[in-house]
Design a protein around this ligand. Structure first.
Ligand code: AMP
Ligand code: ZN
Length: 113
């Protein structure tokens, strides 16, 4: 069982921002900024490593990049934003379905890099 697969399948409700045949973009249930959107590939990959091993991984990553641009446009993030992918235990990943956080709508100050 994967909570993001259930959201993609419509079994668990979510607030949709953007969707196409490859990705679903939803508002994070616990937002850390005015815009906090999760970009979910509609195909289950555990993480970016799993995706990299898949024959169609690049197709989904291409769709992710385009969806990020759509989300930025929809939420008016014309001054910039941050895209985060947490991978694995040390990366702090808590949901084991590849996803990208799009965070913006404020001046982001806390930087590691
Ligand atoms: P990560 O820690 O990178 O794996 O991110 C998982 C994210 O999923 C967290 O920011 C959670 O707040 C978010 N999340 C968990 N369950 C839901 C849900 N049902 N709807 C929307 N976001 C969720
Ligand atoms: Zn999944």
């Amino acid at each position: 069982m994967c909570i993001f697969c259930d959201i993609i399948d419509g079994k668990i409700p979510s607030t949709k921002v953007y969707e196409n045949d490859k990705v679903l973009c939803i508002r994070d249930i616990n937002p850390v900024a005015p815009t906090h959107v999760l970009v979910l590939p509609k195909k289950h990959f555990d993480d970016i490593i799993d995706c990299s091993k898949s024959e169609d991984g690049a197709v989904y990553l291409d769709a992710v990049s385009k969806a990020v641009a759509e989300v930025a446009k929809i939420d008016g993030l014309d001054k910039g934003f941050r895209v985060i992918n947490n991978c694995g235990e040390d990366g702090g990943q808590t949901v084991m379905h590849l996803h990208f956080h799009v965070i913006g709508g404020l001046k982001l100050t806390e930087k590691i890099i």
